[in-house]
Design a protein around this ligand. Structure first.
Ligand code: SAH
Ligand code: SF4
Ligand code: F3S
Length: 431
């Protein structure tokens, strides 16, 4: 039996795609192995969102190319760089873009059988996924991703994603529900619906809120989450559903990127800071303890100290649970690439540091404010911290909790009292 090894860089969409690829490979007789040395085929799913993501992936590919296996690169960097990757990575055999995964397995097989190296990066903008089997063979995993849309057509001026992932395509509702049922039957308790912008979901007259209602009404899934959303498309119905049905977890990832209206407009985000703040207050009116996380870019072209202060101001006002923060990285082919990348890397670094310390301070305050309360966690993993073994679980708000009891089971949902915090993780006691 041929053996295959997989690595995934980048966002959850890539993590999910890697699972889809793995399931198609498994269906064609490839056995998954956990180390590259044992593999006949190595598949690396890559990201292009920032330059350092690409440098890391190329470094890793060159490490992996020391193995004797057939080396395959897929994902966003495969799409962006195409056959120029052959010059950057020695021993590379196959390059496959994100719209071509249905052809990946047969292309791998033809290389194993002695075929020429190959590049498959055509984009027809329609490629759908055949997902039928992603769940079944990985039974037992309690928390899984499920993609509901592909692509993005927002064209934020700094972002390469729309050029690599194509236009928004929403998956058929019956197919999504079938997947949900396969996953729940295989032991999944929590599903995170994925897309670059899930609230853009629209198919056969069903919008995102409609899809959520449909899944909640017609399946036994115990927890439902979604990632990522764009302020332009937020529909507050979703918070109403959270309020009515606790299975829809009280957490939203809503990137704001920058706090100054001038920068937001240069980014082409399509909203103002006032609009963003309005969404947050409306959401919290409906769901007072909603957890919100976000993405932020510092050092966008022409960003001044006072623009940056407005970013910090949004953080103080919104009190995010967590934030992914990035230094602006110019991407060739985007609108912002034509602008002067005039914030020095020193200044970007300094702003990032100030931003992160504010984000962490607020995060700590939020966590501390709940010490002593009872919360409900879904046990998803066994983890080792120092000498000790713990069970790790997540609260509905997506906060981590460690419990030290032994006689528990993965997938269990249980009530714990939050007794302390260590490194932004709660310590909990079963009640
Ligand atoms: N579709 C998602 C994000 C995908 S990329 C959304 O819009 O929310 C994830 C994050 O990477 C973005 O939210 C943004 O904060 C960051 N990012 C994207 N392009 C970037 C660039 N050129 N430089 C720095 N950060 C970038
Ligand atoms: Fe990129 Fe903007 Fe689309 Fe997000 S919404 S993937 S930041 S273009
Ligand atoms: Fe990266 Fe592509 Fe995701 S560029 S962030 S892997 S959509």
């Amino acid at each position: 039996m041929m053996k295959a090894y997989y690595e995934s860089f980048g966002c959850q969409m890539n993590a999910f795609d890697t699972e889809v690829i793995e399931s198609m490979m498994t269906a064609s007789g490839f056995e998954t192995v956990q180390s590259a040395e044992m593999a006949d085929v190595i598949i690396v799913n890559t990201c292009s969102v920032r330059e350092n993501a690409e440098q890391r992936a190329i470094g890793r590919l060159n490490d992996l190319s020391r193995n004797k296996a057939v080396l395959v690169v897929c994902g966003c960097m495969a799409q962006r760089m195409g056959d120029s990757l052959f010059d950057k990575v020695s021993g590379l055999s196959l390059i496959v873009g994100p719209d071509n995964y249905l052809e990946l397995v047969s292309a791998v097989i033809s290389i194993i059988e002695g075929g020429e190296k190959n590049v498959i990066t055509g984009q027809d903008g329609k490629a759908a996924y055949r997902l039928g089997s992603t769940g079944s063979e990985k039974g037992g995993r309690v928390s899984r991703f499920l993609s509901i849309t592909r692509g993005c057509e927002n064209f934020c001026s700094y972002c390469i994603v729309p050029y690599l992932r194509g236009a928004v395509r929403s998956r058929d509702i019956a197919q999504i529900l079938r997947e949900v049922k396969i996953l729940t039957a295989a032991g999944t308790e929590e599903i995170t619906l994925l897309g670059q912008n899930v609230m853009a979901y629209n198919r056969d007259g069903v919008d995102f809120a409609g899809l959520i209602r449909h899944i909640l009404e017609n399946s036994d899934i115990r927890r439902l989450r979604f990632l990522t959303t764009h302020p332009r498309d937020v529909n507050t119905q979703i918070f109403q559903i959270m309020k009515e049905d606790p299975r829809l977890c009280p957490h939203i990832h809503l990137p704001f990127q920058a706090g100054s209206n001038r920068i937001l407009s240069m980014m082409g985000r399509g909203y103002t800071r006032e609009h963003y703040l309005d969404i947050i207050s409306e959401a919290r009116e409906i769901m007072p303890d909603l957890a919100i996380s976000t993405d932020i870019i510092v050092g966008f072209p022409s960003e001044t100290d006072s623009d940056f202060e407005e970013t910090l101001d949004i953080i103080r006002k919104c009190r995010f649970d967590s934030a992914f923060t990035f230094k602006y990285s110019p991407r060739e082919g985007t609108e912002a690439y034509k602008m002067d990348d005039d914030v020095s890397s020193e200044l970007k670094k300094e702003r990032l540091k100030r931003l992160n310390s504010l984000v962490q301070k607020i995060r700590k305050d939020i966590l501390e404010s709940r010490i002593g309360l009872i919360d409900e966690i879904l046990l998803d993993a066994r983890v080792k911290k120092g000498e000790n073994l713990f069970w790790k679980g997540r609260t509905p708000h997506f906060r981590n909790v460690l419990v030290s009891s032994d006689d528990l089971n993965q997938g269990e949902i249980l009530r714990v009292s939050l007794s302390g915090i260590r490194n932004f993780t709660y310590l909990g006691e079963v009640v």
